[in-house]
Design a protein around this ligand. Structure first.
Ligand SMILES: *[C@@H]1O[C@H](CO)[C@@H](O)[C@H](O)[C@H]1NC(C)=O
Ligand SMILES: *[C@@H]1O[C@H](CO)[C@@H](O)[C@H](O)[C@H]1NC(C)=O
Length: 349
């Protein structure tokens, strides 16, 4: 018997029970099934629709590959989980070309801020999406990505909090893993054995903190590839400015000082720079770029909202709130403010 017949209200109220029985005649079952089918299809199509909207054509979802031997190589995310990357094979004329893209996501500059990352995809592969779309420079659509659509494409996930430049000696019983440099080397080894060692052309790219990682590792990437291969680097929105904020404080310099100190980045930065100045200065792209020998592309918006909000007008640098609207929306800046941003940002380099 269907479960509704044993409901207490039905047992104590025979009339109600009869009405209930009448409602669920076989014709009514057919109508209910029909309505259910329509609702279900609507739900399904709206779901598919929203997926198509957010994904360009040809962008298949690419699975996360966790690094093999993460424990043996000591290459671990902040929380001790295995780091990972997404890989899509090249084909046709692109089968021996490689595009490597490093994910961004800021930095952590203290034990508490690194600890918080353990519970996000930026500190643990347990929290990373297992499937991601490849779009833009990673797209397989020749119309969208004519230069690289058929290359081997890799997106390296960021889970060390220090642009792949941290060192385990700095962990000092924090319970966190500072393994950025180790992760970088282990992933390179794995990709080399997957076919990267056979590359004819390779481009190392990255966005934001991944752009900084690109700059830090550009020449070492060149070195692990065959001498005859054409190798270049591309840092997208990774040219962080060594500028004072509007109140005159060196906010970004002191932030980088903390990041470099916490995870021992000096060992991953250029020796010539470290010999001349403190590590936090050597973490700025203007210094890193001076020592890069591999061909390098820098892509950066003239008004980068991240830099405006975090470097030039950080919280607390504007106690009177004059910049409040401008820092959130470039269209709300007055002529004086734009002048100031222009002098700081675009025209100096
Ligand atoms: C590393 O080894 C430890 C101890 O065997 C284990 O608990 C942990 O899950 C391993 N981590 C990874 C990333 O394989
Ligand atoms: C400037 O930096 C000093 C030292 O870090 C800090 O005490 C002060 O609050 C900062 N001023 C502003 C306006 O952020």
């Amino acid at each position: 018997m269907p479960s509704w017949s044993s409901s207490s209200s039905a047992l104590t109220a025979p009339n109600l029970r009869l009405r209930t029985l009448r409602i669920w005649s076989s014709k009514d079952y057919a109508i209910a099934a029909f309505i259910f089918l329509i609702l279900f299809s609507l739900l399904l199509f709206s779901h598919l629709d929203s997926r198509y909207d957010s994904q360009p054509h040809h962008s298949k979802l690419v699975p996360l590959t966790l690094l093999r031997n993460a424990n043996q190589t000591r290459a671990l995310c902040l929380d001790g989980s295995a780091p990972g990357y997404h890989f899509q094979s090249g084909f046709g004329s692109g089968s021996r070309n490689w595009l490597i893209h490093i994910e961004g996501g800021g930095w952590c500059n203290s034990i508490p801020s690194c600890y918080q990352r353990k519970f996000t995809h930026l500190g643990s592969s347990d929290h990373m999406e297992k499937l991601i779309p490849f779009s833009g420079i990673l797209s397989s659509d020749p119309a969208q990505n004519p230069d690289f659509f058929n290359w081997n494409k890799v997106k390296i996930r960021y889970c060390d909090g220090a642009s792949f430049a941290g060192h385990p000696e700095s962990e000092r019983g924090s319970g966190l893993f500072f393994r950025g440099q180790v992760i970088w080397e282990a992933i390179m080894d794995e990709l080399l054995s997957t076919g990267l060692s056979n590359a004819k052309q390779a481009l190392l790219s990255g966005c934001s903190a991944g752009g900084l990682a690109t700059l830090i590792h550009c020449d070492s990437f060149r070195q692990v590839l065959p001498k005859e291969a054409t190798v270049k680097c591309l840092a997208d929105a990774g040219f962080f400015l060594d500028e004072k904020d509007i109140s005159g404080n060196s906010t970004m310099r002191s932030f980088y000082h903390d990041v470099a100190q916490l995870q021992g980045l000096a060992k991953s930065l250029h020796k010539d720079c470290i010999a001349k100045m403190e590590p936090s200065k050597c973490l700025f792209p203007s210094e890193i770029a001076k020592n890069i020998k591999t061909p390098l592309f820098l892509v950066h918006p003239a008004y980068d909202f991240w830099q405006i909000r975090n470097i030039l007008v950080p919280q607390g640098s504007d106690p009177d709130g004059h910049w409040q609207r401008c820092r959130l929306d470039i269209r709300s800046c007055n002529a004086n403010m734009i002048d100031k941003l222009d002098n700081l940002e675009c025209c100096r380099y």
